[in-house]
Ligand binder design. Sequence first.
Ligand code: GAR
Length: 187
Amino acid sequence: MVKRNTCIFISGKGTNLKNLIAHSRHANFPIKISLVISNNRKAEGINYAKKFKIPYIFINTKLKNYENKILLNLQKYKISFICLAGFMKIISKNLIMNYQKKIINIHPSLLPKFKGLNTFSRILKEKEVKAGCTVHYVNEKLDGGSKIIQKFFFVNDDDNELILQEKTHKLEYRAFPEAIIKIFRKN
Ligand code: GAR
């Protein structure tokens, strides 16, 4: 199988990155993680790139030319697929144009509910019966692209934000690889 050269964008802990690295090491998983991009120098997730000898770069989104730096590196590493795994910045229109239907994101809610930030506190406040995660294509609208996979669980009365986060993460570790397999099975 020819694996797609993939770039993972992160901002924080990178547990989804860690999980995708583990999957990508299987011969029949459709992607190879060829680059990790972080907008945060302190992102713990970078340690997984270091551990598995995956090239990584930092980008400073406050700098004017940061988008060029991303695009040049995507070209350098021949990237044909992008996963946003806890990347807490909005992706520029230009990047989306260059990678139409080739950028996916994981979001910790059952979209279209709870787009944006502070998902878990809002789920509790709204007394939602169900919570979960969504893997979707990225378009110009925040958390707005078409869905690839969604997984849910029922919220318990005594769930707090931390518990919701843990339960959601567990689902994410299944949903993200499944979504990637689903995308490339079609092609
Ligand atoms: C994940 O739960 C992901 O769904 C969320 O950030 C977390 C990153 O965890 N993404 C968003 O909220 C994007 N709007 P990780 O760094 O341990 O993979």
